[in-house]
Design a protein around this ligand. Structure first.
Ligand code: GRF
Length: 201
C-alpha cells in the first residue's frame, strides 16, 4: 500500500520539489497534502501546480485543526521540510515516530531552538568545523532531538559564506530526504537508512 505523506513547509519548498520529483508513480510513498503556516509559501504553489492539496494552517498551534487535516487526507507520514513552527504536542503524540524533519547540519551539533536557516550555517562557520551536512530525524516534542535516521556530509571550504555552505548542504538535503521517505514507504514506517550515505543518488 502506498504511504500517504503530508509535507509541512514554511518557505520556497525546494525540499518538497525534490520529494515530488523523486516519488514517481511506482514509489511506495506519495505526497498527498502540503501544509504551510504561510499563505505565500512557495511550497504551496509547487503543490498546486501538481494538483496536490495545498492548505494554509490558520493557526499553526491548533492541534485539533492539524489532526483534522491529517485525518481527512488519511496521512501516514508527516515530513517537515523547512517548516519553521513548532508542531503542536498532541500532533507529535498522535503521529509518534511518524514525523520526520530535515535539518541543515550534522545533529546533534548546531540544532535546537533558534537554529534554523542561515543561523545554522553561520554557527557552523563560526565554530571552525571542517564539515557540515544534513540530518533527517524523527520529531519529538523537543526541537531537533529525535532519533537520527540518516545524515549526509559536505565539506566546509576555506572562505565559505553562509550562503555557499547553505547551497552545498541543500544539495545533499535534496537527496537525503527523498531517500528516507522512500525507505519509510518501503518499510511502512520511518527507518534508519542502511546504505552508505555516499551512495545516495
Ligand atoms: C532547508 O535548508 C531545511 O533544512 C531548512 O530550511 C531550508 C528549507 O528549504 N530547515 P526549502 O524550503 O526546502 O527550499
Amino acid at each position: 500500500m502506498t504511504m500517504r505523506v503530508a509535507v509541512a513547509a514554511s518557505g520556497r519548498g525546494s525540499n518538497l520539489e525534490a520529494l515530488l520529483r523523486a516519488l514517481g508513480p511506482d514509489e511506495p510513498a506519495r505526497v498527498e497534502l502540503v501544509l504551510s503556516n504561510r499563505a505565500d509559501a512557495g511550497a504551496l504553489e509547487r503543490a498546486r501546480l501538481r494538483g496536490i492539496a495545498a492548505e494554509v494552517l490558520p493557526d499553526a498551534a491548533d492541534a485539533v485543526d492539524w489532526l483534522a487535516r491529517l485525518e481527512r487526507h488519511r496521512i501516514d507520514l508527516v515530513v517537515l521540510a523547512g517548516y519553521l513552527k513548532l508542531v503542536p504536542a498532541p500532533v507529535i503524540a498522535r503521529f509518534r515516530n511518524r514525523i520526520v524533519n530535515v535539518h541543515p547540519a550534522l545533529l546533534p551539533s548546531f540544532g535546537g531552538l533558534g537554529m534554523y536557516g542561515h543561523r545554522v550555517h553561520e554557527a557552523v562557520l563560526r565554530s571552525g568545523a571542517r564539515e557540515s551536512g544534513a540530518t533527517v530525524h524523527l520529531v519529538e516534542e523537543v526541537y531537533d532531538c529525535g532519533a537520527i535516521l540518516a545524515q549526509a556530509r559536505v565539506p566546509v571550504l576555506p572562505g565559505d559564506t553562509p550562503e555557499q555552505l547553505a547551497a552545498r548542504v541543500l544539495e545533499v538535503e535534496h537527496r537525503l530526504l527523498p531517500a528516507v521517505v522512500r525507505a519509510a514507504g518501503g518499510a511502512g514506517r520511518p527507518v534508519p537508512l542502511t546504505e552508505p550515505v555516499g551512495s545516495i543518488a
